[in-house]
Write a protein that binds this ligand. Structure first.
Ligand code: DP6
Length: 413
């Protein structure tokens, strides 16, 4: 496409936002348009160095339409979720002075200025790792920065990310985050709240086992609607169980009590998947590999008498595992490598990725030997995992200096 900006000015902002993994799951909406949940939830924000979205938003008087590029491809921005986020941010835009040029963009100007949005993830979207949470959090955060949106109340920007994708609201903060379901019909009080920052529980290690065979999965959005419509178990969970476990989980995080954290986290994941099975028609997100990972952790925990590791699964077969410290994380990794060795053509260096250095896991090659397995009754499953990603709790969104847009043409670099 020829030079779009035709010498006109451009103003842009680039931001990065993390993904998050729920340890008390959000599953079910009471209002689909505003994305208001039937229960509160709690998540851990993951280190953006390992898993995040980066988004540049740019305006220029020469742009003739709002446009969006995701991971290198232009896609439609007409969907309700994008339109709702854009509308809410635009309605809160204020007068902005560009720090570089001194140019003033008035509140009125924002109404007619079109925006180009260029976004990419630093992890494969196909891996089924919550990309919509990072994506919408990043989009809304970047637009809010660009258009000078000030929060009128704490959490207001998270409530705008929420209407993009529910779980996205929790990616507006680092560390440990609660999404308060709220009571209001307009969704104003359905916001994310930081329970503790990423430094609060620094020892905690997160290991993600990305499962190989990926069949077409039911999307969270339609899956949870089917559950709301058909699962009595889900309604019981939302009303009777979640309010209690929220209290326990908040306390476990506050006290860095891994045993309680692990117990609630695994139980909540299993309960969420039970509500999926209770849905008509039933939804299966976990596969046999997922179940073998659960058994591995459960057997280890039982053999030791106290939780050594915890697991949780979202709307897909990948396992997100937690270890209380680096030593336990190394043990967990050894066990994973023993029970789930890479396919024969895969090198360990591309099998175990992410922040491997943090673990100082030197024995990567030598650890493919039996850990002290309980008896000899075990099977090894080669090639069932695509890769294993090591990470930890991380920080919330921030503004970056490097842009994804060429300012002379207003298009992706
Ligand atoms: C299983 O936030 O992707 O990951 O609000 O429809 O966009 P929408 O759904 P989404 O659902 C996430 C479901 C989950 C649990 C969680 O993250 O809490």
């Amino acid at each position: 496409m020829e030079a779009e900006t035709q010498g006109d000015w451009v103003v842009m902002v680039t931001a990065r936002a993390p993904t998050n993994i729920a340890v008390i799951k959000y599953w079910g909406k009471r209002n689909q348009k505003l994305i208001l949940p039937i229960n509160s939830s709690i998540s851990i924000t993951l280190n953006p160095h390992d898993l995040s979205a980066t988004t540049t938003v740019v305006v220029s008087p020469s742009f003739t339409a709002d446009r969006l590029w995701l991971n290198g491809k232009e896609v439609s921005i007409q969907g309700d979720r994008y339109q709702n986020c854009l509308r809410e941010i635009r309605s809160r835009a204020t007068e902005v002075t560009d720090s570089k040029t001194g140019r003033i963009i008035t509140k009125k100007d924002w109404e007619s200025l079109h925006v180009h949005i260029v976004s990419k993830n630093n992890f494969p979207t196909a891996a089924g790792l919550a990309s919509s949470a990072a994506g919408f959090a990043c989009l809304v955060y970047a637009l809010a920065q660009l258009m000078g949106v000030q929060e009128r109340y704490k959490g207001e920007i998270s409530s705008i990310a929420r209407i993009g994708s529910g779980s996205a609201c929790r990616s507006l903060y680092g560390g440990f985050v609660e999404w308060d379901m709220g009571k209001d019909d307009d969704g104003k009080d359905s916001i994310a709240i930081q329970l503790a920052d990423e430094k609060h529980w620094e020892d905690l290690v997160v290991i993600i086992a990305v499962v190989s065979s990926r069949q077409k999965e039911t999307s969270s959005t339609s899956g949870m609607q089917d559950s709301v419509n058909t699962s009595k178990l889900l309604l019981h969970r939302a009303k009777e169980i979640v309010p209690k476990v929220m209290l326990e989980m908040r306390e476990a995080i506050k006290e860095r009590d891994f045993a309680t954290f692990a117990r609630i986290c695994c139980a909540d994941s299993n309960q969420f998947h039970a509500t999926c099975l209770d849905t008509s028609p039933p939804i299966f997100y976990m596969n046999d590999t997922s179940k073998r990972i659960i058994s591995m952790v459960e057997r280890w925990n039982r053999a030791e008498g106290t939780p050594q590791a915890a697991y949780t699964f979202d709307a897909g077969p990948n396992a997100v595992l937690f270890a209380p410290n680096k030593a336990k994380a190394c043990e967990l990794l050894s066990r994973l490598l023993f029970y789930f060795p890479p396919a024969s053509d895969k090198k360990i260096s591309s099998y175990v990725v992410g922040d491997v250095d943090m673990l100082a896991f030197k024995e990567v090659d030598s650890c493919i030997k039996p850990p002290e397995v309980e008896g000899t009754n075990y099977t090894q499953s080669f090639g069932e995992l695509d890769y294993i990603l090591c990470t930890r709790p991380g920080e919330g969104p921030l503004v970056l200096k490097d842009h994804l847009v060429d300012p002379s043409i207003g298009l992706p670099i």
